[in-house]
Design a protein. Structure first.
Length: 190
């Protein structure tokens, strides 16, 4: 689709995010940024490490290679380290929430947006300016909670509410076109 093409059910489409949609989109983007690539490292690994440490100390203590008092002290130190890692993860998520609230305010101030789709990407134009997201720079597109997200590898994602399309079928077709564009670009990179 080019700028000169007449409007169809798939675009260009215009919308303004409601306060609730801006909050949902910003929260999802903030959480995704906070967890990006580190989910196993920051959330699962400390628990697995703590369980393995407890098992190791229990085996050493029951075999008599470690004294009972020393084993108890090791368990207490391990529990403190585990709780410290959980608190650090909690503070990272709290920071992501604060960032998402700031992003929500920016999304609401952007006002009316126009989205245009072509063979190489997506163009989002608003009062705040225009932004081009090339399919080659994106890692995925998804539909979650009535919003279509286009996630770039770096930078802010694009949000398009499904209500911006004339029908649910048109929103699904738009998402399929975007996913196909991202997949095509990924094949070219490889």
């Amino acid at each position: 689709m080019n700028e000169n093409d007449p409007p169809t059910g798939l675009g260009p489409c215009a919308f303004a995010l409601t306060a609730q949609e801006a909050k949902i989109a910003a929260s999802r983007a903030g959480l995704r940024a906070a967890l990006s690539g580190r989910l196993s490292l920051t959330h699962v690994a400390p628990l697995v490490g703590f369980v393995l440490f407890v098992a190791f100390v229990a085996i050493l203590t029951s075999a008599g290679l470690l004294g009972r008092r020393l084993g108890e002290a090791a368990l207490i130190v391990g529990a403190i380290a585990f709780m410290a890692s959980r608190m650090a993860a909690h503070w990272r998520l709290r920071g992501a929430r604060k960032n998402s609230l700031a992003a929500m305010i920016a999304l609401q101030k952007a006002g009316q947006a126009m989205v245009r789709l072509d063979d190489s990407g997506l163009l989002v134009e608003s009062v705040a300016g225009s932004r081009r997201l090339a399919f080659a720079d994106c890692e995925e597109a998804e539909d979650a909670g009535g919003m279509i997200y286009l996630w770039p590898r770096a930078g802010e994602p694009a949000f398009i509410p499904a209500r911006a399309f004339p029908s649910e079928q048109a929103a699904r077709e738009f998402l399929a076109l975007v996913r196909a564009g991202v997949a095509r670009a990924a094949k070219r990179r490889v």
